[in-house]
Every structure is written in C-alpha cells, then in structure tokens.
Design a protein around this ligand. Structure first.
Ligand SMILES: [Zn+2]
Length: 262
C-alpha cells in the first residue's frame, strides 16, 4: 500500500517549489557577459585547505556559505569542518562570505522569528571572526517554502537555492539558481554542460559543493574532478566573480530594476 504521508509531503514540496519560483521575486537585470561563481556550503575543512588554494592559484576567489555551528566540529559525512584559522586564512586572501544560518536549520519548517534569530546569530558569529560584509544567503539543504522565502527576502541578502541552471536576463535575487556538484545532480560533468550553454547565451552560473577530497561524500567532489572543472572554466573564458562581487555590481548599476512581481 502506498505511503500516503510520504506522497502528500512530496506533493507539498513540489507545490512549494512552484510557488517559490513564481512569487516574491526580486527581479534584477544581469549585466551583459558570462559569469561564474564558485561556492562552498557549510563548510568542510577540505574545501578550505584543498580547493581554496586551487582557486587562488588562478587568482580567483570563492563565496563561502558559513554555518557557524559547524566550526571545529567533525561531521560523519564531511569529516573535519572549518576552524577559525580557516576562516581567517580565507578572509585574508580576499574571499567572500555568505550566511547559511548559524545552526544549519531547515528554513522551510522554521518560524519567521527563528529565521531572523538565525540570521542575527550568523552575523554576530561572522563579525566575531572579522567578517562584516555579507551580501548573500544560501538555504541549508535547499529547503525553502514561500513563507521562508518571504521572510528571508526582508534581509536584503541575495538568496540562493539549489535548483540547477544558469541565472539569465531578469533574474530572481530571492531565489538564485545554482548547480551542485553532488552525485545525484550529475557531478562536475553536469556543471560543465551548463557552462557550455553560456557559449550561446549570456548568464551567471553559480556552482556549489561541500567537501573536496580523495574520498568525498556524495555531496562533495574529488580534487581531480574539481581541478578539471576549474580548467574547463578557465578555457571557457567566463569572468569569475564572487556572489558578493556580483551584488556590488548590481547595486552600483543604474540599470538595476528591482520590482515585486507578486
Ligand atoms: Zn548546507
């Protein structure tokens, strides 16, 4: 017999996804050009110690979505998580940082009060680590419903989901698309395919992952695959920007066109 509870939750999630795509948009027009942003969520220490130097060698920088509650912890899937030294080293090298809630909570089940408290707690944590400029947010687990989107839109941060694809033309800063490198999304091969689409049409491709190590979790990637991806991006000639860079550019642009669609 079908599990009706499971089915109903699946339908609810599908409806949430559709509602989030349609309503509470913060539409802005991207500047002409082909852009790629590299992001890390949570984040495992291997990303900071293995992937960051690979990025810096190319004179690029990434955006790090920090869940402060992970600092110094060891997670079963990811191993050692970042330390305050990792944050310091990344900050010193000029990387960009985003909010990922402090406790890595499921925003789709959190109250407005909880969400605001998580943003405040995260900002205080980052500030205590010398990071005061934060212009974006990524929903942990990609979990978001319309109510959470609406609450988080009040923060003014650019909001990133996990729907794969490239942000093009009039984009929704309240629900940026992003390609994850996890196995169930086709790994780096899928991201490289998405990169190829920039040949034909301008856009902003955001790529995120978690751990970068020889035996990665299903949500991570090997150093070899990551280097291959970076090579593909370099060959392609897209401009690498952090999410913060793009936000600064959009904020500075006279062409900024912010409007509530619904
Ligand atoms: Zn996360």
């Amino acid at each position: 017999m079908a599990d009706l509870g499971y089915l109903s939750r699946k339908i609810d999630r599908a409806i949430d996804k559709i509602l989030c795509e349609i309503f509470d948009k913060r539409a802005v027009t991207l500047p002409a050009g082909r852009y790629v942003s590299l992001c890390f969520d949570d984040f495992p220490q291997s990303a900071a110690r293995i992937a960051a130097p690979m990025i810096e060698r190319r004179d690029w920088r990434a955006t790090w979505y920090v869940a402060g509650g992970f600092m110094g912890e060891t997670e079963p899937e990811y191993g050692q998580m970042f330390t305050s030294e990792d944050l310091y080293a990344l900050r010193r090298k000029g990387h960009d940082f985003g909010c990922h809630t402090f406790d890595h909570i499921d925003c789709s089940t959190a109250s407005a009060k909880e969400l605001h408290a998580q943003v405040r707690k995260s900002a205080a944590f980052l500030a205590a680590n010398g990071i005061s400029e934060v212009s974006s947010f990524a929903f942990p687990f990609g979990a978001v419903d319309l109510a959470a989107k609406r609450v988080m839109s009040q923060t003014g941060l650019a909001l990133r989901g996990v729907k794969p694809g490239t942000n093009r033309g009039s984009i929704d800063l309240n629900m940026l698309k992003a390609c994850g490198l996890q196995d169930n999304e086709g790994g780096t091969a899928r991201a490289i395919e998405e990169l190829e689409t920039l040949k034909h049409q301008d856009g902003w491709l955001i790529i995120f992952t978690h751990d970068v190590r020889e035996t990665p979790s299903p949500w991570g990637v090997t150093p070899q695959d990551y280097e291959h991806l970076l090579d593909a991006i370099a060959c392609f000639g897209a401009e690498i920007v952090t999410v913060g860079d793009m936000m600064n550019r959009l904020n500075a642009s006279d062409a900024r066109d912010v409007r509530a669609v619904a």
